[in-house]
Design a protein around this ligand. Structure first.
Ligand SMILES: Nc1nc2c(ncn2[C@@H]2O[C@H](COP(=O)(O)OP(=O)(O)O)[C@@H](O)[C@H]2O)c(=O)[nH]1
Ligand SMILES: [Mg+2]
Length: 361
C-alpha cells in the first residue's frame, strides 16, 4: 500500500514523512523540489510485539506502508506531468492541515484547516475535471463512429463524474458498482482516493486532550464523516522529538503530555481503517510477522499474501485470535482448550488472527 502525503506549503508534510519513515532526506540529495520523496514505514503493532515476547523469534517483521512526500499541492504543480504521475500512483492520501501557530513559519492567511482542506480538495477536483472533459470529448467522436456497450458505459459514468465534480463533490463520494470502478481505474482520479485529514496541532501541556478535540475545534467533523474520508491529529514537533528517543524515554515523554500512544500509531491505524485493511500474524521460533490484507479476505487469499504456493496448495488454516493465544500462554494449551481451530479456505480472516497455513505443496 502506498500513501501520498499532500497539503499546502509549510504545513508539516516533510516533517511527517521524516518521522514516519525515519528517512534522512539530506543523505539522498533530492534536487528537484517537486520530486516525490519515497520511504517505507514500519507499522507499529503492539499485538505483534506481545506475540514475539511469547515466541522469542530470531526475526520479527512488522507490516510496512510506503509513503510518498509529494510537493505542495497547487494549480501550477497539478499541471506538471511528473508531479501528477507521482500523485496518481498512490492508493490513499494523507492530507496534512496546519493548525499549529508559529509566526516564524509563513502561512497564507490565518490558521484555518477547514479552508485549507477545501482549497486543496478543489484543486484535486479541478485536475480530475480537466481529465474527464478531455476523455469525454474523445468519447463523443468515437461514439459517432461506433457505439459499443463499453464505450457507452464509460461515457455515462464519466458524465456522472463530471456532474459530481461540477457540484464540487469529490469522486470518492460517488457510488459505483465494482464494474464501474474497474472501468475508470485507469484514470487514477485524485479526488477518488480515500483521504485521511491529519491536523498538525501546536505543542501544549494538554496535548492528549488537544489531539482528541482537534477535529471538532477546527470544524472538520463534517468533511471527515463523508464516504472514504477520516480525520486524525498529531503534533509534528512532539513526534519529531519522540522519534529520537528509546522506548522507555518515549513512554515517559508521552505520559508527561497525557498521551498513551504516539500520534503516529493512531495515524497509521486510521489509514488502515480508511483503506479497509486488516492484519493477521504468522508466528514461530524462526519468525513472527504481521501481514496486511483487505478486510473480508478468505483464509486462502490470506495465504496468498504470504506466498502464491500457499494459496494454490491450501488445505486448512489453524487459527486463533492473538489475545486468546496470549491468554492460553502456548499453542499446546490453546489446542487442549479447543481455542486453536481448524478453518477452511472460505473462512473470513479477522483482524488480529494468528494463522498457521497447512498446505500440500
Ligand atoms: N511549531 C511547529 N512547527 C512545525 C510543526 N511541524 C512542522 N513544523 C515546521 O514547519 C516548517 C515546514 O515544515 P515542513 O515539514 O517542511 O512542511 P512542508 O512544506 O509541508 O513539507 C518547518 O520549519 C518545520 O520545522 C509543528 O508541529 N509545530
Ligand atoms: Mg515539504
Amino acid at each position: 500500500m502506498k500513501t501520498g502525503i499532500i497539503g499546502l506549503p509549510q504545513v508539516g508534510k516533510t516533517s511527517l514523512f521524516k518521522i514516519l519513515t525515519r528517512a534522512k532526506l539530506e543523505d539522498r540529495g533530492y534536487s528537484n523540489p517537486r520530486e516525490a520523496h519515497l520511504g517505507v514505514a514500519k507499522v507499529p503493532d503492539d499485538r505483534l510485539d506481545r506475540l514475539a515476547a511469547l515466541y522469542n523469534p530470531k526475526k520479527l517483521v512488522h507490516a510496512t506502508v510506503e509513503y510518498a512526500d509529494v510537493a505542495a499541492i497547487g494549480q501550477e504543480a497539478l499541471k506538471e506531468t511528473a508531479f501528477l504521475t507521482s500523485l496518481r500512483n498512490v492508493d490513499a492520501l494523507i492530507h496534512v492541515l496546519r493548525a499549529f501557530e508559529d509566526d516564524a513559519i509563513a502561512h497564507l492567511g490565518a490558521i484555518d484547516p477547514l479552508r485549507d482542506a477545501k482549497s486543496v480538495e478543489f484543486d484535486l477536483m479541478l485536475s480530475d475535471l480537466t481529465q474527464v472533459e478531455k476523455r469525454l470529448e474523445r468519447l463523443e467522436k468515437d461514439l459517432k463512429k461506433m457505439r459499443t456497450p463499453d464505450l457507452e458505459k464509460e461515457n455515462a459514468l464519466l458524465l456522472r463524474s463530471k456532474e459530481s465534480l461540477e457540484k464540487e463533490i469529490p469522486l470518492r463520494e460517488l457510488e459505483m458498482t465494482a464494474e464501474e470502478r474497474k472501468l475508470i481505474r485507469g484514470f487514477m482520479f485524485l479526488s477518488q482516493k480515500p483521504v485521511l485529514y491529519a491536523v498538525n496541532v501546536s505543542e501544549s501541556t494538554t496535548l492528549g486532550a488537544d489531539l482528541d478535540a482537534a477535529a471538532k475545534k477546527y470544524g472538520l467533523e463534517e468533511i471527515a464523516s463523508r464516504p472514504n474520508a477520516g480525520v486524525t491529529a498529531f503534533c509534528g514537533k512532539v513526534e519529531a522529538e519522540l522519534s529520537e528517543m528509546d522506548e522507555e524515554e518515549a513512554a515517559e515523554f508521552l505520559a508527561s503530555y497525557g498521551l498513551k500512544e504516539s500520534g503516529l500509531v493512531r495515524l497509521i491505524r486510521r489509514s488502515y481503517e480508511l483503506l479497509g485493511l486488516i492484519s493477521f500474524f504468522t508466528v514461530g521460533e524462526d519468525e513472527c510477522r504481521a501481514w496486511t490484507v483487505p478486510a473480508n479476505s478468505r483464509a486462502q487469499e490470506a495465504a496468498g499474501a504470504i506466498h502464491t504456493d500457499l494459496e494454490k496448495h491450501f488445505i486448512r488454516a489453524e487459527t486463533i485470535h492473538w489475545d486468546t493465544l496470549l491468554a492460553a500462554g502456548s499453542e499446546a494449551v490453546a489446542r487442549s482448550q479447543g481455542t486453536l481451530r481448524l478453518e477452511g479456505k472460505d473462512y473470513l480472516v479477522q483482524d488480529g488472527d494468528v494463522l498457521h497455513i497447512r498446505h500440500s505443496g
